[in-house]
Design a binder for this molecule. Structure first.
Ligand code: PLP
Length: 378
């Protein structure tokens, strides 16, 4: 079972902290490449129906920083309300890449601002994939990737991480590459396990990307939420020979607690960034103008901001770990980053994960995600 500890201390209330209760409650079934998908099982829908606390999605219940909110309000009142590209975001993101990873990024040619990491990832898939191209993903996996790959005509190929520490098995990784492999997706810090890929694993993955001539697409939305002795996050793109074959995707969402603002970016070689910008222009035109303006304030946050974000989440992680342990859950792997905990059901529990989560919603008014929802391999 997966639970997010972004909001562990929410009191039951008639309104979900996300405000998502206003969404339509009709179930939607849609088809992609012959596969039917239903949103009936979506966590927000379950939490609305049952008026439950939603620990199943990656968003915090606490307020966004006041200075960032003030910047958004000021942008609206100053009439930054039309289609807009805020080049200053690219300048600040390029500076950040230099400071965090030593990467030289041209803010004019190498960055596409998108509506969150989600659109940046989707546009990247449309930019790099031809029908039938294979994309390697580590399993368990954040569920959005597969849909984007399928929509772009690609074929997801899963490499199972080895529980309980979610290590990469080199043989499995090597076997996953074929003549059709176009890209590999790496999400670190990782949803849903809380794993942060270590240098040895990153080197192994980079080695395969280079020898197999494969593009690496990274999802780094939890780049500032890591716990291991405050060890900074390492981007796969920063390893030798990797920048020219990497596309980094990230966003404001998790770092500044503004998941609803929909501002993110893709950073890559200029020819790919150009394609992503063009696709973005056709899909959404531009990210929300006032929130792009506010991003200028967010991205200038001082080091203390990131330090306290990390510390607060670490406290929440420890609180939830103890709570789960006290009621018999087994958490063999302590999350090293992101804000998720992957817990095995207590030995005394005879229910399957889906049944357990259904009971949890009904009996305790808490929504978590059944672990099986993240797995695509046996
Ligand atoms: C791993 C991961 N990537 C991306 C996202 C979505 O990011 P954004 O809000 O920037 O679209 C989430 C949200 O839960 C996530 O967990």
């Amino acid at each position: 079972m997966l639970s997010s500890f972004a909001s562990p201390d929410v009191a039951p209330s008639s309104a979900s902290p996300s405000g998502k209760q206003s969404r339509d409650h009709e179930d939607v079934v849609y088809e992609i490449h012959g596969e039917l998908f239903s949103d009936e099982i979506m966590p927000w829908k379950q939490s609305c129906r049952r008026n439950a606390i939603n620990l199943a999605e990656g968003f915090p219940d606490f307020p966004a920083p006041p200075n960032i909110k003030a910047a958004a309000v000021s942008a609206i009142t100053s009439d930054f309300n039309q289609y807009r590209h805020v080049q200053g975001i690219c300048d600040l993101v390029a500076d950040k890449m230099k400071q965090m990873h030593g990467l030289d990024v041209d803010p004019v040619t190498d960055i596409a601002i998108c509506c969150g990491q989600t659109e940046a990832f989707a546009a990247t898939m449309f930019a790099i994939l031809n029908p039938g191209d294979e994309v390697i993903l580590f399993d368990p996996c954040f569920e959005t990737y597969e849909t984007c790959i399928l929509m772009a005509g690609g074929v997801p190929v899963y490499v199972a991480l080895e529980p309980p520490y979610w290590r990469v098995d080199e043989v499995k990784l090597s076997d996953a590459f074929t003549a059709k492999t176009k890209a590999l997706v790496l999400n670190s810090p990782h949803n849903p396990t809380g794993k942060v890929f270590n240098m040895e694993e990153l080197q192994m993955i980079a080695g395969y990307c280079i020898t197999k001539d494969c593009i690496a697409v990274t999802d780094e939305v939890y780049e500032h939420i890591t716990y291991e002795n405050e060890k900074p996050h390492i981007s796969l793109a920063s390893l030798p020979e990797m920048q020219t074959r990497s596309i980094i995707t990230s966003s404001l969402s998790k770092t500044y607690s503004v998941t609803g603002w929909r501002v993110g970016w893709a950073i890559g070689p200029s020819c790919i960034a150009f394609a992503i910008r063009n696709i973005h222009a056709k899909i959404t035109d531009s990210a929300p103008a006032p929130f792009q303006e506010a991003a200028l304030t967010a991205l200038k946050s001082p080091p203390e901001y990131y330090k306290s974000l990390r510390k607060d989440y670490e406290g929440k992680r420890d609180f939830v770990l103890k709570l789960l342990g006290d009621v018999g859950f087994q958490v063999e792997f302590m999350p090293m980053g992101s804000f998720f905990i992957f817990a095995a059901l207590p030995d005394t529990c005879k229910l399957m994960d889906v049944e357990f989560v259904e009971e949890l919603i009904k009996e305790a008014g808490v929504v978590a995600v059944p672990g099986c929802g993240f797995f695509h391999t046996d």
